[in-house]
Design a protein around this ligand. Sequence first.
Ligand code: PLP
Length: 293
Amino acid sequence: MENTLVNSNGTITSGLDANNVSVFDRSFVYGDSLYEVFRTYDGRPFGMHEHFERLWVSAALCKMKLSQTQDHLKAECIKTIKEFREKNKSDVYCRIIMSRGVGKIGFGLKNLTTPTHYYIIVQSVDDFKSAPIEKGIRLQVVGRLRNDPRALDPAMKSGNYLNSLLAYLEAQEDGFDDALMCNHQGFLTEGTTFNLFYIKRGIVVTSPLPLGMLDGITRRLLIQFLAEKNIPFVETPFKKEKLYSADEVFITSSLKEVYPVTQIDRHKKKPGSLTLKLREIFHERVLAQCLKN
Ligand SMILES: Cc1ncc(COP(=O)(O)O)c(C=O)c1O
């Protein structure tokens, strides 16, 4: 916690002192909040514009009228990151949380006494380091289903992460690192905090967004690279057996980038050559893009 800065509506405090969220904040009472996470490379934020665009998509899905502008929030993120890096040279994890605001208990918006409130948490990205590549990640396809888009659309990145959290705990109880979730028809959707891909005979496959998942920014970029490099790619629904017989399986997220899966249920895999190549391409592109900004 010492190496954390929190910006609460413009006031920056160190992590340990950042204990000023009202118990009447809707994010606390109802999980009525949205969030985004991005990181820096060499001190430069990656994909900040895309993350803020998605925040606005989430706000529309959540019927949340954001009172701050994107430019203001971006400037506050940059300010907090800069202040963090004055003391700590490492790259940062930046999480922005938008709460609907503070107010009397009750769903009605008339109960709100404040506009939307933002919190920006900046920490060293090293605090979220993954296991070495050779170890990869061991995933269980858990019994818990991914939220149905008609109930709580996974495309909305809200602060209510109980669906993912409970899936994660289920996998952990069974000795796995993390979880994959299916929809009600048994089609794979995504992991708790990452998108999913597999490779069979040189073809890269992922699930289509309408099955119910987050439109991952890493997923989107990777799909773009696949097209540019003429690597065969399809978006199609698939069940867990396809993962068992896949040549390679990998996940994507802003923190894990492109990361190999080394076990799905009882089926072991090795980090594959195409996965590692995609990881390399991703890295090169990210760094090139950051240097342009
Ligand atoms: C449920 C879920 N899916 C996918 C992702 C990956 O998204 P991105 O690549 O934008 O980080 C995340 C990231 O937090 C997530 O929470």
